[in-house]
Design a binder for this molecule. Structure first.
Ligand SMILES: [Zn+2]
Length: 240
C-alpha cells in the first residue's frame, strides 16, 4: 500500500515529501517459530515454511492417537498407533512421518496394533503440543503457523483425526417397498477424543469446509447429515 510519507511516522523520507511503500500489516504466521531441541539447532530443524498437507495429516494422527517420548541423548521418539488390520493407513502414516521428519520410520508390533515410530531431536519443534502428562489433562492449542497450515489444508487434519481417533459406520435400514424389501445403508462418521480442546479443533476445522458436527455423548462428535457425510466421503472413506 502506498501512503504519503508524512503519515509514515519517523521515516526520513517524511522531510522530503516523498511517497513511500508501507508493508502490509498482516503478521507472518511463521514468525516466532522456535527450535525446541536441546541444544537448539536451527540449521538442522524443520523448515516449517516448506510444510504442507502431509504435515497437517500427520498432526491429525498425532493429536488423535500419537505421543512423543524421550529417548537417550536429547532425542525424541514420535509414536503413532494404528490398528494392525489397516495396512493402507499404516503405510500412509509411515510415509507421512518419513517425509515430514526426514527420518527412518520403523514398526513395532503391539497387542492388536502397530506402533509406527521414529527418532528425531526436532519432533517437539514440529509438534509443540507435546507436554508432560496426557493430552486431555493439558491445554492443546495450535501455534499461529499450525493454524495457518490447517486453514490451508483443513481436509488433511480432519482425515488424520478421523483415521486415528474416529470411525465410519454404516447403519443398514430395511424399508418395505411395493417390489419387496429394500436395504439402505446410512453412513455416519464419529470422532472420539477425551480432550475437549482436540474435539473443539475437530469441530472448528469441519466448520471451515461446511461439515456440520453434533456432540454425541460426552466424548463423541457425530456427523450424520447427508451433505456433511458426502463431503467427508470425498476424502476419507472406509479404513483399510
Ligand atoms: Zn528444532
Amino acid at each position: 500500500m502506498l501512503e504519503l510519507a508524512f503519515r509514515a511516522g519517523s521515516n526520513p523520507a517524511v522531510r522530503k515529501g516523498m511517497w513511500v511503500r508501507i508493508p502490509p500489516a498482516a503478521p507472518d504466521p511463521f514468525e516466532g517459530f522456535e527450535c525446541r531441541a536441546t541444544p537448539p539447532d536451527v540449521t538442522a530443524c524443520a523448515d516449517i515454511r516448506a510444510l504442507g498437507e502431509t504435515y497437517v495429516y500427520l498432526l491429525g494422527l498425532y493429536l488423535g492417537d500419537g505421543c512423543i517420548s524421550r529417548a537417550p541423548k536429547n532425542v525424541w521418539r514420535l509414536r503413532i498407533f494404528q490398528d494392525q488390520r489397516y495396512t493402507n493407513l499404516i503405510a500412509a502414516c509411515t510415509s507421512a512421518m518419513a517425509e515430514v521428519g526426514g527420518v527412518r520410520v520403523g514398526h513395532v508390533q503391539r497387542i492388536g496394533c502397530i506402533e509406527i515410530g521414529s527418532y528425531s531431536k526436532h519432533w517437539t519443534c514440529l509438534f509443540p503440543q507435546h507436554g508432560e502428562g496426557v493430552k486431555h489433562e493439558r491445554v492443546i492449542q495450535l501455534k499461529a503457523w499450525q493454524n495457518h497450515l490447517v486453514w490451508l489444508h483443513p481436509q488433511a487434519l480432519i482425515r488424520g483425526l478421523i483415521q486415528s481417533d474416529g470411525c465410519r459406520v454404516v447403519n443398514w435400514v430395511k424399508r418395505p417397498l411395493r417390489d419387496g424389501i429394500k436395504k439402505y445403508g446410512y453412513i455416519r462418521y464419529f470422532f472420539t477424543n477425551t480432550s475437549s480442546d482436540i474435539r473443539q479443533l475437530f469441530v472448528d476445522t469441519c466448520a471451515l469446509i461446511g461439515v456440520e458436527c453434533r456432540p454425541d455423548g460426552e466424548k463423541n462428535i457425530s456427523i450424520a447429515r447427508r451433505h456433511s457425510v458426502q463431503l467427508l466421503e470425498e476424502f476419507i472413506g472406509p479404513k483399510s
